[in-house]
Design a protein around this ligand. Structure first.
Ligand SMILES: Cc1cc2nc3c(=O)[nH]c(=O)nc-3n(C[C@H](O)[C@H](O)[C@H](O)COP(=O)(O)OP(=O)(O)OC[C@H]3O[C@@H](n4cnc5c(N)ncnc54)[C@H](O)[C@@H]3O)c2cc1C
Length: 443
């Protein structure tokens, strides 16, 4: 019998991810609010040979969160559990955007973040969500403890002393239902951001030096143009005054001008692709420099209003300029007319078994297509870029579009087999599997 609260959950419904690239209609949707309820659900489903898939905020582009049988959503498992110095334990369903408010009374902050904060902490870390900064790993590297319900229905608590945490901290949802995560935070800080336009040639040529010389550096380059938008953030103390455009002016710039204008231009581009190079040129020339200081979260995170599909690969950092030159040559041939900029970031090597930066200082190249662009054309573009990046031994972001399988991935992840043996112990009967996990990890 399923726990009463869990059975009282929403009735079955069609589920769709943020990017519209994955859909499913689970047999049941359950909303457990305790580890005991989760263990009961997993036990019941395992006994009848079914599957359980926990969903976060549905912000993965890959079908990693697709539930064939029982979908668990953890909106009842949110918030702070404990604070011990810089170590903060959060319930797994807590959204990243809720965390700054939870940490503020303790003067703490997360050390690095990606571009958006809509994801849940367990969803973001399960796929290796990362930001940029050569001294920083992805969000999973901030994890120093985890509690999860495994496929055998056991409640397991791990600390950094347990080598299994190097699998669980970035577990693709394949090892269990994460109930709580403990992350190592830092004292709250502000970021001084310098953003501005530059030629793509300069942005690419300077990338390796700039990521070495700065805390957080990234750039976007606009296909079919020589324009790039370069962003460099420097960590400063929490007492550094907030400066730059007012929040209202930033809202107008980011939301009304950037998001709304971008949507309009993408819409025009998707209906009349031949206009895309001219539109990108207009956007590139309209970019203007700005400088601002604000809380770390407000600088790291932006609103992403315009829907898109995305593929991202991690490659050896030193190979980034050469890989970008090959992608630019592909774009210059104009087989694909791409309105979305290409994003370029960097991260430190880490020791997590399935981190895209496992054992390798990494550069990240992300390509996007507007969600209304012709899907076949978008897939073909992604396939051509993927061929370039796999040529560099690339590792695809687990939560973004890619076509790689276990055979390829075992060749680019030195600790792939170690992860598989943890999976064998944590989920021997594959309660947590789905088609995506069968493809990338094997049966
Ligand atoms: C607009 C946008 C911007 C993005 N920006 C970035 C970025 O800057 N950097 C980056 O690296 N990525 C980025 N991503 C990708 C995104 O961060 C990841 O795909 C992330 O996994 C999404 O988190 P989620 O909560 O939506 O998880 P979901 O997509 O819902 O789930 C992801 C995986 O986590 C598992 N999972 C969720 N909760 C649990 C749990 N409690 N226990 C076990 N498994 C669980 C799911 O089963 C699934 O396997 C972006 C995505 C979008 C749509």
């Amino acid at each position: 019998m399923l726990p009463v609260n869990a059975t009282a959950a929403r009735s079955t419904h069609a589920w769709r991810n943020w990017g519209g690239t994955a859909v499913c209609t689970p047999n049941r949707v359950l909303s457990p609010s305790s580890a005991t309820e989760i263990a009961d659900i997993v036990g019941e489903v395992a006994t009848r040979g079914g599957t359980v898939k926990t969903v976060g905020a549905g912000h993965s582009f890959s079908p990693i969160a697709v539930a064939d049988d029982v979908q668990l959503e953890l909106s009842g498992l949110r918030g702070l559990v404990a604070v011990d110095g810089h170590r903060v334990t959060l319930r797994a369903g807590t959204h990243l955007h809720e965390i700054p408010g939870l940490l503020a009374p303790f003067g703490l902050a997360m050390t690095n973040l990606g571009d958006v904060d809509r994801q849940t902490i367990a969803g973001a870390t399960s796929t290796g969500t990362h930001g940029t900064g050569l001294a920083f790993g992805g969000i999973s590297t901030q994890i120093v403890g985890a509690t999860l319900v495994t496929g055998t229905g056991d409640l397991v608590t791990l600390t950094s002393a347990d080598s299994d945490l190097q699998a669980v901290a970035l577990g693709l949802g394949a090892l269990g239902v994460v109930v709580e995560l403990t992350i190592e935070c830092v004292d709250e800080f502000r970021l001084h951001a310098v953003e501005g336009p530059e030629t793509a040639d300069t942005a690419i040529a300077a990338f390796l030096d700039r990521v070495q010389a700065s805390d957080h550096h990234e750039f976007y380059f606009f296909p079919h143009t020589d324009c790039a938008l370069v962003k460099t953030n420097t960590r400063v103390g929490a007492d550094t005054p907030v400066s730059g455009p007012s929040r209202i002016k930033r809202y107008i710039d980011d939301e009304l001008l950037s998001n709304k204008t971008l949507r309009l231009l993408c819409e025009i581009g998707s209906r009349a692709p031949r206009l895309v190079p001219a539109i990108n040129g207009v956007i590139g020339r309209a970019l203007s420099p700005r400088e601002l200081t604000d809380s770390s979260t407000r600088i790291f995170v932006s609103d992403r209003d315009v829907r898109f599909r995305e593929m991202e690969y991690a490659i050896d950092l030193d190979a980034v300029p050469e890989a970008l030159r090959e992608i630019r040559a592909l774009l210059d041939r104009r087989e694909y007319l791409v309105s979305f900029p290409i994003e370029v970031r960097a991260a430190a090597a880490d020791d997590l078994m399935l981190s895209t930066a496992s054992g390798r200082t990494s550069g990240y190249i992300a390509v996007h297509r507007y969600h209304r662009d012709d899907p076949a054309d978008s897939d073909a573009y992604f396939a051509d870029v993927e061929a370039i990046l796999t040529g560099f031994g690339g590792r695809p972001h687990w939560g973004k579009m890619h076509t790689r399988d276990a055979e390829y991935l075992s060749g680019v992840y030195p600790r792939f087999d170690e992860f598989l043996s943890v999976r064998e112990r944590y989920d021997p009967s594959r309660v947590f599997t789905n088609d995506y996990l069968r493809r990338v990890l094997g049966d």
